[in-house]
Design a protein around this ligand. Structure first.
Ligand code: ATP
Ligand code: MG
Length: 557
């Protein structure tokens, strides 16, 4: 057990959070390459070990061992090589959750090329933006009409792209993954000397969710997978040879968090449900039928699953539920525990790194709190001048001591944007611009993104607290709390609300919701304006765009 982890981590078992925080360390070799040192190594020592179980909406089901992934990634490395892809070249992949993602990502890792994952909802303009910014040389796409058409149009404006491969079928004008791999040799030599990758070379580039503006290209080096030992082993608590499911499209950093690096280092088998659309009842069915051991999904998915009859599904084999990406309302975790008997463990982080704060195994989950800092990074709450804030007061989450020891897993720059990179990483600390406070026991609670914190009538109001109060009312499925203009007060608190089935947005309900907030939190935080909508504006990844609501209401940042 723990064969790979024990190569790099002197200690794997810990008695307490304090023991873990003080004593967890990783030794990182200069020439570590995930595809050779994890995938090929598992294939060598345990050829039949299961790496991936993949199902889709048509009950197509496939299973891959580490030997399969090792062999197929060798074949695809030969294919990419023949297509002219070399170390340092950039390949953009839009593959939804197709199993070919794992094969191609490992093939490109073997060559030392940079993978840029992207999500399927991108438009022609988004794709061209990514290709031009990152200098993409080749594209690999799922055989989906929308994705392929948008890509073909984008390529008219993206001259750097020299070839395109389609997965999951044939398409005119595209090279076919299945044809290419069928005729490719499974022999591939790990490059040596200058052709070999070094730990600080760029392995991966994520585009951020674009919640606050244009998506940024976050660069990660070959060191990045080490950060995810914490994500997978100690937050999601994946178990060796057991199924772990994280719900995410391959276009997001969450995929690297939940479906690849840490899971495979810990020897867990990744379970993937390649759904066309998120149908809460269907996801619950899959979670039950496949007897998963660990599970992770964003808070919004838990919120929507709770609209179904959760207790009628047998989720008892699932030993750990995790969530990240947005704040988890206490109400959701309390309801989930009532129905499944288990609490949800929250994690916090960004595309820019691995999990930074989490409810680690030794910690009792506290509703409304994210947990405690990861031992890999120095995490502090700082004020605008870079001073520590005392417990109980709000500060920006920062990764400090960058100059002493650069944390494994943290990004190394924003590609094509040296100014932004310098601003973020050029000083002593990296400011995430996410606001939180710490209780005397060291648990951190999220307040809001700095830009989303509402400043009105001399108060600072974190949207998360008001949103959590509203979600605790049975009429509210989800909501966004923002500042709105007011002729007398300047700015007031506004709630944009999606109602549960059977409720109507009447003035009486508005009064009731306002009173409910006044009772649940400090009365000055109550929303003076309540607007009812069918759905909230969200990023393609499903994050609430509070900034868009503010802009539509005429509030400039
Ligand atoms: P962009 O940077 O393009 O505006 P984004 O920040 O939403 O988009 P991601 O990297 O996908 O892109 O998301 C990271 C952000 O998600 C964090 O900075 C934080 O604001 C939010 N987040 C992640 N986990 C949590 C959590 N557990 N609680 C609250 N917020 C979270
Ligand atoms: Mg961000």
């Amino acid at each position: 057990m723990d064969y790979i982890l024990s190569k790099y981590c002197p200690r794997i078992e810990f008695d307490s959070y304090e023991d873990f925080f003080e004593n967890f360390t990783i030794n990182i070799p200069q020439n570590f390459n995930f595809a050779y040192d994890v995938v090929d190594e598992w294939a060598r020592v345990e050829p039949e070990k299961k790496a991936l179980v993949w199902v889709d909406d048509n009950d197509d089901r496939k299973e891959f061992t580490f030997s399969d992934i090792s062999r197929m990634s060798n074949q695809m490395a030969n294919v990419f090589w023949e297509q002219g892809i070399r170390k340092g070249d950039v390949v953009l992949m839009i593959l939804r959750r197709r199993w070919e993602y794992w094969v191609c990502a490992m093939a490109l890792c073997k060559i030392g090329a940079t993978v840029v994952p992207a999500t399927i909802q991108l438009t022609r303009k988004d794709i061209a933006y990514r290709c031009n910014l990152a200098g993409v040389k080749m594209m690999v796409c799922v055989n989906d009409d929308y994705v392929c058409e948008q890509t073909e149009l984008a390529l008219q404006d993206a001259p750097s792209v020299q070839g395109k491969i389609v997965c999951g079928g044939e398409r005119e004008g595209w090279l076919s993954f299945s044809d290419l791999i069928a005729s490719a040799s499974p022999e591939w030599q790990r490059p040596e000397g200058d052709a070999a990758t070094q730990i600080d070379d760029i392995m991966l580039m994520y585009f951020t969710s674009g919640t606050t503006g244009n998506a940024k290209a976050v660069e990660h080096s070959f060191k990045h997978p080490f950060g995810h030992i914490i994500t997978a082993k100690y937050w999601q608590q994946v178990q060796e040879n057991k199924l772990h499911m994280s719900v995410t499209d391959s276009g997001w950093a969450k995929f690297g968090w939940g479906k690849l690096y840490g899971q495979w280092m810990a020897g867990a088998c990744v379970f993937c449900y390649d759904m066309m659309k998120f149908v809460p009842a269907k996801l619950l069915q899959v979670m039950q039928d496949y007897k998963l051991t660990t599970f992770c999904a964003p808070p919004t998915m838990y919120r929507f699953m709770l609209q179904e009859d959760v207790a009628s599904y047998d989720l008892s084999p699932i030993q750990n539920f995790a969530t990240a990406g947005e704040p988890l309302n206490a109400e959701v975790t309390v309801a989930w525990e009532r129905l499944t008997g288990k609490k949800i463990r929250e994690g916090f982080g960004q595309s820019e790194g691995p999990v930074l704060v989490a409810t680690f195994p030794w910690l009792e989950p506290r509703p409304g709190s994210m947990g405690k800092p990861s031992p890999l990074l120095n995490i502090r709450l700082l004020d605008d001048d870079g001073n520590f804030v005392p417990d109980g007061e709000e500060g920006a989450i920062c990764v400090t001591h960058l100059k002493d020891a650069y944390p494994p897993g943290l990004f190394v720059g924003y590609f094509g944007d040296p100014e932004r990179t310098k601003e973020a990483l050029g000083g002593e600390y990296y400011n995430l611009h996410d606001m939180a406070w710490r209780d005397p026991d060291g648990y951190l609670s999220f307040v809001g993104r700095n830009d989303d914190v509402i400043k009105c009538s001399g108060y600072r109001i974190g949207p998360f607290e008001v949103e959590s109060a509203l979600v605790a009312h049975p009429a509210v499925v989800e909501c966004a709390v923002t500042a709105a203009p007011d002729p007398i007060r300047g700015k007031v608190v506004k709630a944009t609300v999606v109602l549960a089935r059977g409720y109507e947005g009447t003035p009486e309900l508005t009064k009731e919701l306002q009173n409910h907030v006044k009772k649940t939190t400090a009365p000055y935080k109550y929303p003076r304006i309540v607007e009812y909508v069918d759905e909230l504006p969200k990023t393609v990844g499903g994050k609430i765009k509070r900034k868009l609501i503010r802009t539509n209401d005429g509030i400039a940042d």
